[in-house]
Design a protein around this ligand. Structure first.
Ligand SMILES: [Zn+2]
Length: 292
């Protein structure tokens, strides 16, 4: 498929993202499965359902055009200023980069490696996470397979390995639409779990009544009490946002050290690290803006 040559890279990234989410769904066997849940099947040779070939090609063409245009501006175009086909874009990448001798992959290094924020380091992303690994051979094979399937001349179908090689391209800074969508999705999940936990805690408080809640609060012991010698990583109790008692056991802090995550020993409300990060970020921004 030939692409319009005047498509800006953010539109390419958008198209890629839309198609990539569909391809992510193709990795799920069950209907209606959450596309962002971890893939449990490790069978890379499993085949995707027929009908995904066109979407795959769209995603691949847009991703490669965006990557080549960002890395080597102009090289995504032929002599008549038309965007190369995906097959040719892969050849451009293969010509520009020396493949990793161990894996055979063409790795585009993370250009922001030196300025990665503390957040990214602390989220324990594996070394080289933001590098872009282009599996030229496998992606070329995917073009062959999907081309044959689309023209009805082949029985082979795209395999999960082909889809993974496509989705790996999302690490490139010109794309990252899928990673952003996943992060938003994880935020939503964390939010709904937080709401559920607060609701459950309120139901418990209603069940035991004020008197019992007060009794529990007065006798509560902090399982993670700070002690300079025995538990230097510990924290004093925090005020619980649900029951209001100073019985929120802090098990750790958000990345700015402002908001604790953990669980209340009276009402059982639990705040996850992700929610603590969200709240901490909000507090941090408010603090930055109040500073000047
Ligand atoms: Zn509480």
């Amino acid at each position: 498929m030939q692409l319009a040559n005047d498509l800006p890279n953010d539109r390419r990234a958008e198209y890629f993202g839309q198609c990539a989410v569909k391809m992510l769904k193709a990795l799920r066997q069950e209907d209606g499965a959450d596309p962002f849940s971890e893939v449990t099947s490790a069978d890379l040779s499993a085949e995707t359902d027929p009908g995904h070939e066109g979407i795959y090609d769209q995603a691949l063409s847009n991703a490669l055009a965006a990557i080549v245009a960002a890395e080597w501006p102009g090289e995504e175009l032929d002599s008549e200023d038309r965007v190369h086909f995906a097959r040719k874009l892969l050849k451009v990448i293969a010509k520009k980069i020396v493949p990793d001798p161990a894996t055979g992959l063409y790795v585009i290094p993370d250009r922001d490696a030196a300025v990665r924020s503390r957040w990214e380091k602390e989220n324990l992303l594996p070394e080289g996470f933001w590098d872009t690994r282009v599996n030229v051979d496998l992606l070329t094979d995917a073009i062959n397979v999907s081309g044959k399937a689309r023209h009805g001349s082949g029985t082979g179908r795209l395999q999960h390995r082909h889809v993974h090689a496509l989705l790996d391209l999302d690490h490139h800074p010109a794309l990252r639409t899928l990673l952003a969508a996943k992060s938003d999705h994880d935020d939503e999940l964390a939010q709904s779990e937080d709401t559920r936990s607060a609701g459950q805690a309120q139901a418990l408080l209603a069940l035991i009544g004020d008197e019992e809640a007060t009794r529990r609060a007065e006798t509560a012991e902090n399982p993670n009490e700070y002690d300079p010698r025995d538990n230097p990583e510990g924290h004093d109790f925090d005020e619980c946002p649900v029951c209001g008692y100073e019985t929120f056991c802090v098990q750790g802090l958000d990345m700015w050290g402002r908001v604790g995550f953990g669980q209340c020993v009276v009402c059982s409300y639990r705040r996850s690290p992700r929610i603590a990060d969200q709240k901490g970020f909000g507090n941090h921004v408010a603090w930055m803006m109040g500073k000047d």
